[in-house]
Design a protein around this ligand. Structure first.
Ligand code: HEM
Length: 391
């Protein structure tokens, strides 16, 4: 580790002043002051655990949606809601509240209390996990702040992640509320906002963990840097479109491949029958699924070209490996998407498609951060020079 190495160097005679410069430069890179170096690993371990919990949360959220459980709790009580119904009377009350919403009347009329309990437990577990993540983030964060561990830059970043997490709780309720009065399921716009915000927080944490390593930017041609960022942006677009497909149940309606609605490219009249035309991009099940396919193909093509480019330009080994892994997992994900579609979206395949989406995002963040997120080589050399000169 860079900080440990510089601490060892500091023990040599006559290097105190130069090494103080190294310490402060390394601290700038990791965001943790050099005298707090032992906390470096602790902060990283904490953030990695939060990222893992968010990944689990996204999957539980997916299972909640796929089992149509998301509207089973019709109120939002951030604190007291942590307790599930404990007596028969409380269960009956919760069930009666569910019976008042259109989803029960139109889709689940006659459901038994035991069936209600199943959908209740999915939604309750999803919300409970949200609370657990909130606490697992907030308590160590406050402790790190109290110990003065994060430098100003890292502190700002951690507050931002905290703010986005709090917003996510509110977005979750905003999404549920959209399905309580007129509709029988939640709005696909809100579902997509909820999923993308979760994955944005996840990506922000993964990026921060990578930055904390303090490694300098990998040397690579600027085209590789541009395509690594393009891949990350395309991935986010694709996650958004995937959530729209899921929210509209579009995978259950159009489930042929490579054809869709009778052709490789559906007719413009059917792709754009709603007015104004742009509504089709978000509302029309055919258009939304077609977009998800096209962006999927674009992602596969860009990832493969990026990997070939990295290998041919003899970029650093980590860059080539990162590009190859990303291309392989994107291809796996596209294949899984097709299989999920052809099988009419069974729970196991749909969840696997969601899990691999998180893997794609993680690898895309790794690659963009490796190539475009770190300080340039020159900055790294500025840190290293005093040691090598005096060696
Ligand atoms: C290549 C990159 C791809 C990525 C990153 C991706 C990502 C996603 C995501 C995040 C979802 C939302 C899951 C949820 O909210 O539960 C989704 C849904 C879906 N995707 Fe993809 N997808 C990709 C490619 C494809 C392809 C090529 C197809 C088929 C041609 C496909 C078919 C589907 C279907 C049918 C759903 C709806 C599943 C459901 O209702 O649970 N995907 N995708």
């Amino acid at each position: 580790m860079r900080l440990a190495a510089s601490a060892r160097l500091a023990r040599g005679k006559g290097r105190t002043i130069r090494c103080a410069r190294i310490h402060s430069s390394a601290a700038l890179m990791t965001g943790i002051p050099a005298y707090q170096a032992p906390y470096d690993r602790l902060v990283r371990g904490w953030l990695i655990s939060i990222a893992a919990l968010i990944a689990v949360m996204v999957l539980v959220g997916g299972a909640t949606r796929l089992t149509e459980s998301g509207l089973s709790i019709v109120e939002w009580k951030p604190v007291t809601g942590a307790l599930p119904p404990l007596s028969q009377e409380q269960w009956t009350q919760a069930f009666d509240a569910y019976k008042t919403i259109p989803q029960y009347r139109q889709l689940n009329a006659g459901m038994s209390l035991d069936e209600f309990k199943t959908i209740f437990w999915w939604e309750w577990s999803h919300r409970l996990l949200g609370r657990v993540i909130g606490m697992a983030y907030l308590l160590p964060f406050l402790w790190f702040l109290w110990r003065g561990v994060p430098g100003a830059g890292l502190r700002r970043r951690l507050w931002l992640i905290f703010g986005l997490g709090a917003l996510q709780g509110a977005v979750g309720w905003w999404m549920v509320a959209s399905g309580l009065s007129q509709r029988v399921e939640v709005s696909q716009y809100r579902l997509a906002t909820h999923l993308v915000l979760a994955l944005l927080i996840f990506a922000g944490i993964v990026w921060t963990v990578r930055r904390l390593s303090g490694r300098a930017r990998s040397a690579a041609a600027s085209r590789l840097r541009v395509t690594s960022v393009a891949l990350l942006l395309l991935t986010f677009l694709q996650l958004y479109l995937g959530a729209l497909v899921a929210g509209l149940r579009a995978g259950k309606i159009y489930n042929t491949w490579p054809d869709i609605d009778g052709g490789l490219i559906p007719s413009a009249a059917r792709l754009f029958f709603e007015t104004p035309w742009w509504r089709n991009l978000f509302d029309n099940t055919l258009t939304v699924q077609f977009e998800h396919r096209m962006v999927g193909y674009a992602l596969v093509a860009t990832a493969v070209l990026h990997a070939l480019d990295a290998a041919r330009s003899r970029a650093e080994r980590s860059t080539v490996n990162g590009a190859l892994w990303l291309a392989a997992v994107v291809i796996l994900q596209a294949t899984l998407g097709i299989v999920t579609l052809l099988n009419q979206v069974p729970m196991d395949l749909a969840l696997a498609h969601q899990a691999v989406a998180i893997a794609v995002l993680t690898l895309a963040v790794f690659q963009a951060e490796r190539l475009a997120g770190r300080q340039g080589e020159q900055a790294a050399q500025k840190v290293a020079r005093p040691v090598t000169q005096t060696g």
